[in-house]
Design a protein around this ligand. Structure first.
Ligand code: SF4
Length: 81
């Protein structure tokens, strides 16, 4: 398992900073995350997910939650830091 990238959000209800984390070790390059929000996700030359924003605003948090839900490889996770 290789977690490589995160994005943050301050809307965490005092639990800390919300982050989205992508695992290149399980990403299969299906691109569902990019279709969910191409302004937040992209794919590299190997088709693996790239997270484009360092900070998750309100809209990006919703997109991140949706992408995490639809990812067929469960390669995206939301976590508080
Ligand atoms: S939807 Fe999941 S498996 Fe597909 S590119 Fe995005 S993170 Fe990778």
């Amino acid at each position: 398992m290789r977690w490589y990238m995160d994005s943050t959000n301050s809307r965490s209800g005092g639990k800390g900073t919300m982050r989205i984390i992508a695992d290149h070790g399980v990403c299969i390059g299906a691109g569902q995350c990019v279709r969910t929000d191409p302004s937040l996700f992209d794919q590299d030359e190997n088709g693996l997910v790239k997270i484009l924003h360092a900070n998750l605003g309100e809209g990006k948090l919703n997109s991140a939650e949706r992408a995490s839900y639809v990812c067929p490889a469960q390669a995206l996770k939301l976590a508080y830091e």
